[in-house]
Design a protein. Structure first.
Length: 382
């Protein structure tokens, strides 16, 4: 009688968990419970939360509160707290740059917290997919940084609209805001002396084209024997001057338009989300937070401004591939450039790229760093 001994088969992953429910431990898709655990894990870091709230909400709120108080105490000395100029200054000067840095700091913390606190091995032995453990950090972190940026931006929008100046001063003349071209010409005809005496004139340079002396802005080549302009001539000249100045006038607002606020809010949120994803992947790759945060600050403060403002003939495509250059090109057209210059409306960019290319660069950076971070977590020794 012969006996056969069967070799033990390899362990089989259970398809059904306790209570007859499917066992999702090996799935790469994170569960709601995993996301919630990662969210609470980040929220418990009080110092980090204080930093995020202080930069995204505290700094704009404090700045606007000081302006409100100063204007209430001495309105003749200090202008209104809100308005279009204050809005673009806060967005381009604070929310864009510092929002990127704090979002990257949050991402770097989320990508390295398990290693720094010695919890990585404990998470691995639970049998959960390492990819799922990494991907759970994305909605958890975005669930923190996106609302904070939204609150800070909402405060800026509210104050800049409600506390905006009531009158517009253009080249020393107090006038209505947001008139159409026909409306501006009509207003100029009614205030011809103010318009001709203050607005920039671009008259023809040939002496024979000057038929009268308009006043203080009379060109030096005009014949001194000419008589002063009659009221009808002055009104016609004022209408022409208003027509010439309308493109510059149309870009001036008392308060930020609703369309600009919506576009800017989406752009700021995109910048924060991109910074978080890159910081998350970089910290996961390096295994620590400090170096990742320093590298992200260098990218935002040093590399990006140089790449935006300069043009290297043999490295143009490399410059276009920098994430900061791509997001700067996606900036709403009515905002100034966060790195100085004229902004998207009148670009001072050394490197030009299309919107399609900029979007492709943003997608490549976010997907690429997410894949790198997930790969490093999946292959790291526990």
């Amino acid at each position: 009688m012969t006996m056969s001994i069967e070799e033990p088969s390899a362990p089989v992953r259970l398809a059904v968990g306790t209570g007859g429910t499917p066992d999702r431990r090996w799935s790469w898709i994170p569960t709601g419970r995993m996301i919630g655990a990662r969210w609470h894990e980040l929220r418990r870091r009080r110092g980090l939360m204080a930093l995020l709230a202080g930069v995204t909400v505290g700094i704009p709120a404090l700045f606007l509160a000081i302006r409100l108080i100063l204007h209430a105490v001495a309105p003749a000395t200090y202008g209104p707290a809100g308005g279009y100029d204050v809005f673009v200054g806060l967005v381009a000067g604070i929310l864009y740059v510092f929002g990127f840095i704090v979002a990257a700091t949050l991402g770097a913390t989320a990508g390295s917290v398990d290693l720094t606190e010695g919890m990585f091995r404990h998470h691995v032995i639970t049998g959960r997919s390492r990819t799922a453990l990494y991907l759970a950090r994305i909605p958890a972190g975005l669930g923190i940084i996106v609302p904070l940026v939204a609150v800070g931006f909402a405060i800026v929008c509210t104050v800049c609209v409600l506390a905006a100046p009531r009158t517009l001063t253009y080249d020393g003349v107090t006038m209505p805001a947001q008139l159409s071209k026909a409306g501006l010409e009509q207003w100029a005809g009614q205030h011809a002396t103010e318009v001709v005496g203050n607005f920039p004139l671009r008259l023809k340079a040939h002496p024979s084209d000057i038929t009268c002396l308009p006043g203080p802005n009379t060109p030096p080549f005009a014949a001194p024997s000419l008589a002063p302009c009659t009221p009808s001539q002055l009104r016609a000249l004022a209408v022409e001057v208003a027509s010439q100045n309308y493109p510059n006038y149309a870009r001036i607002f008392l308060s930020p338009p609703a369309s600009l606020m919506v576009e800017t809010g989406l752009w700021i949120e995109l910048e924060a989300a991109v910074a978080f994803l890159i910081g998350l992947g970089l910290a996961s790759l390096l295994g620590q937070r400090t170096v990742a945060v320093v590298l992200m600050i260098v990218l935002e403060i040093i590399i990006t401004p140089l790449a935006v403002r300069s043009r290297l003939p043999h490295l143009v495509n490399l410059q276009r591939s920098i994430i900061g250059v791509a997001t700067a090109h996606l900036e709403p057209s009515r905002l100034p450039s966060p790195f100085g210059g004229n902004g998207p409306g009148g670009q001072a960019f050394g490197v030009h790229e299309s919107t399609v290319v900029a979007i492709c660069v943003v997608v490549a950076w976010t997907v690429g760093w997410t894949a790198i971070g997930a790969w490093r977590m999946a292959t790291r020794d526990a």
